[in-house]
Write a protein that binds this ligand. Structure first.
Ligand code: PEP
Length: 234
């Protein structure tokens, strides 16, 4: 079971360091734990978690090693910092920053080639679900990622229905299970659930047979609630 905290654009280096020092003292149970701070806070998180089993991952990575790509960060740069992996294709990147299946695939390929673990996100919008397009959308997104990861490497997927992210509307355990099972018919890797997961709804979601962990946004920002979710997973 893997529990990853996506901090989004929260916590600068000082706050990240304090959070990680508190996290290393917290009771987390026996699951795998990853925190994903903003780029500027990665070094502080790596330093604060040194010598622990808690891993640090970025929220995105570029496909080139270096070059004229203002505002981007490459896989070797992340490796140099001691970062273990990265999220790719989060719906906020797809919605607000023009990320496409093609750019997501390029980022996944580069990250895996440079030995970064990848949490690649997929998920349908509310309108797509209402129109009966969920499986078609998931198939398109997952197939693009599958084509970019022939050897798989350290790849996990995150099923994050867009309508559930930050909305308080969690997928039912049955809906999440059905989506995860469908995704695994296309790409058989662990699949995390993400979307308004909190300590009080984590148990039922994480108990589903094809839910292999969680990508947690809002509820990962406080050590107490993130640690409580980790304990539920364990
Ligand atoms: C996310 O952004 O990956 C996420 C799951 O957010 P939240 O838990 O806040 O819905």
């Amino acid at each position: 079971m893997l529990i990853a905290g996506n901090w989004k654009m929260f916590k600068g280096p000082a706050e990240a360091g304090a959070y990680c020092r508190a996290l290393r003292e917290a009771e987390l149970g026996s699951c795998d734990v990853v925190v994903c701070p903003p780029f500027v806070s990665l070094a502080a998180a790596v330093a604060a978690l040194a010598g622990t089993e808690i891993a640090v991952a970025a929220q995105n990575v570029h496909w080139a090693l270096e070059g004229a790509f203002t505002g981007e960060v490459s896989a070797p740069m992340l490796r140099e910092l001691g970062v273990y992996g990265t999220i790719v294709g989060h719906s906020e990147r797809r919605q607000f920053f023009g990320e496409t299946d093609e750019t997501v695939a390029s980022r996944v390929r580069a990250a895996l080639e440079h030995d970064l673990g990848v949490i690649a996100c997929v998920g349908e919008t509310g309108a797509q679900r209402a129109a009966g397009e969920t499986e078609a959308v998931l198939a398109r997104q997952v197939e693009a990622i599958a084509a970019a990861s022939p050897g798989r490497g350290q790849l996990v997927l995150a099923y994050e229905p867009v309508w559930a992210i930050g909305s308080g509307k969690t997928a039912t355990p049955e809906l999440a299970q059905a989506a995860h099972a469908f995704i695994k018919t296309i790409l058989d890797v662990p699949v995390l659930y993400g979307g308004s997961l909190k300590p009080d709804n984590a148990t039922a979601l994480l108990a589903q047979p094809d839910v292999d962990g969680a990508l947690v946004g809002g509820a990962s920002l406080e050590v107490e609630s993130f640690a409580a979710i980790c304990r539920e997973a364990a």
